[in-house]
Design a protein around this ligand. Structure first.
Ligand code: ZN
Length: 250
């Protein structure tokens, strides 16, 4: 059982360890043992997430980078099992809230696994991607391709999350890993400049659902609920406080 595996195993042969675990996960999924598959992911995230966050491991920068990718990978697998559990009910797509939640989770899961695929390859990730494609196609067939909101944000300056300097002046590159941290540019004093209605958005989560489009009495229409910006990051589940980290797992 993975929970008894010493942390040193993952550090010495991180790739081998993760692929063994992913194989066990796939076996559980094939048998539709979703609860056990969820537990496998949660065990990994709890054990290694806490160790990763405490930064007390005797590993180098590269070791932290690999561990981060694996944590994101198992978070993605966890979300994938949740998608299977929800869509196992054949009527899931008839409930609007469920549809919106599944869509967000589909986006989260795909982005995390895309990020992990730079390091984790093989049957597991191929199968999950193929299933996610199928689910996205289902959305397209049932709800259309969708319209999305895309915000234009202006900011005084953007700071690098690694060195906290003006991102134009430092050598860090957004999206790259540095000692287990993903570099991103944080806009300072951001202001909404405009919101565009688009077909191919940067963030698919900002989808307008038909049931939120309402008619006004004067024959104009309004959208009563839509998201224009999300705070999603592939490693967001590791950034929160300890309590929230655990809440997020369930
Ligand atoms: Zn920097």
């Amino acid at each position: 059982m993975m929970s008894s595996s010493p942390l040193s195993t993952v550090i010495r042969d991180v790739k081998g360890y993760a692929s063994d675990l992913a194989e066990s996960w796939l076996d559980l999924m094939k048998k539709k043992q979703y609860n056990e598959a969820v537990q496998l992911c949660i065990d990994f995230l709890e054990n290694y997430g806490s160790a990763f966050k405490s930064r007390t491991l005797e590993i180098d920068e590269e070791g932290y980078n690999k561990l981060l990718i694996l944590l994101v990978f198992f978070k993605g697998l966890h979300e994938y099992v949740q998608l299977c559990q929800i869509t196992n009910d054949r009527n899931w797509y008839k409930d609007h809230t469920t549809v919106e939640n599944v869509w967000i989770k589909l986006c989260d899961c795909r982005e995390r696994l895309q990020f992990s695929s730079q390091y984790c390859q093989g049957e597991v990730i191929d199968r999950v991607f193929s299933d996610l494609d199928g689910l996205e196609e289902f959305f397209c067939n049932v709800f259309g391709e969708g319209s999305y909101l895309s915000p234009g944000i202006v900011a005084d300056v953007s700071l690098c999350s690694i060195c906290n300097q003006d991102c134009r002046a430092c050598s860090h590159v957004a999206g790259r890993l540095y000692n287990g941290k993903i570099c991103f540019y944080q806009p300072i004093n951001p202001q909404l400049n405009h919101v565009a209605l688009v077909k191919t958005p940067k963030d698919l989560r900002c989808r307008i659902w038909s049931w939120h489009i309402k008619d006004n009495e004067d024959e104009s229409i309004r959208i009563d609920s839509a998201c224009i910006l999300t705070s999603f990051r592939v490693d967001d589940f590791l950034q929160d406080s300890e309590t929230k980290f655990h809440e997020n797992l369930y």
